[in-house]
Design a protein around this ligand. Sequence first.
Ligand code: ADP
Ligand code: MG
Length: 259
Amino acid sequence: MNHEQAKVILPIMLRELRLPAFLHFWEEVGHQSDHDGWGSACYLATLCETEIQTRNTRRMARKLKESGLNPGKSLSTFDFGQVPMINKTHILALATGDVWIKGGGNILIFGPSGVGKTHLAHGIGIQLIEHGMRVMVTRTTELVQKLQSAKQTLTLPAMLRRLDKYDCLILDDIGYARRDTHETDVLFELISERYERKSMIVTCNQSFGEWDSIFQDKAMAVAAIDRLVYNSTILQINADSYRKASALKKMEATKRTAG
Ligand code: ADP
Ligand code: MG
């Protein structure tokens, strides 16, 4: 094969081998390599590195999309200065997932509305994905409805098994809606199923003392708390609503520009 023939056939082979970064960069990197006299090993290594990076970025984007996490709610956009009771170093360590995820532990985030519980949970979730873990976020109400329909069609065990592929499940607003007994039962089943094995991050507006209203029956509430608290980190955010504070700031800025 001569050089001209190689140039024609190379893109076809790179496509067949599914090497999109090679396909995109082989010529450009080749010019640079020729110009700077890199040698063949260095040329090939540069293309391989680019291919690996491209794959990692694509895999990360796919996992992030599948997770339902909001990329805008990352830890880098979370203002820790607003919540002095939350230690940034501690959160960054948790977000690597090292110890607690392997041990099937949980993170429970408590606090009133608007203080950043959801944002913090998403931020940790995004980092966990960057560390190679699989994460899914869902409003608890939505997941409970899905679990309940699965139970009605006798597919609850299969659905719980499917959720096992997630190293961490984020249940946002566990205490949000009043539930009937069926809903409470499936939520409890989920918690029991993952207990000591698979992690969860749970956000909640109500303190444990008010969990009777989430589970209706006191004994079940105690059992659920017991399982969730096992090997858990509890984060309590006592702060003014960030939402309210930024709305007030905006209003004042508008007033100033209007006046
Ligand atoms: P909660 O889940 O506690 O009700 P959210 O996480 O939904 O509160 O926060 C409400 C809004 O305020 C969101 O837009 C969130 O991004 C923002 N927010 C809250 N706390 C912070 C913070 N410390 N830094 C940056 N944005 C914040
Ligand atoms: Mg929230």
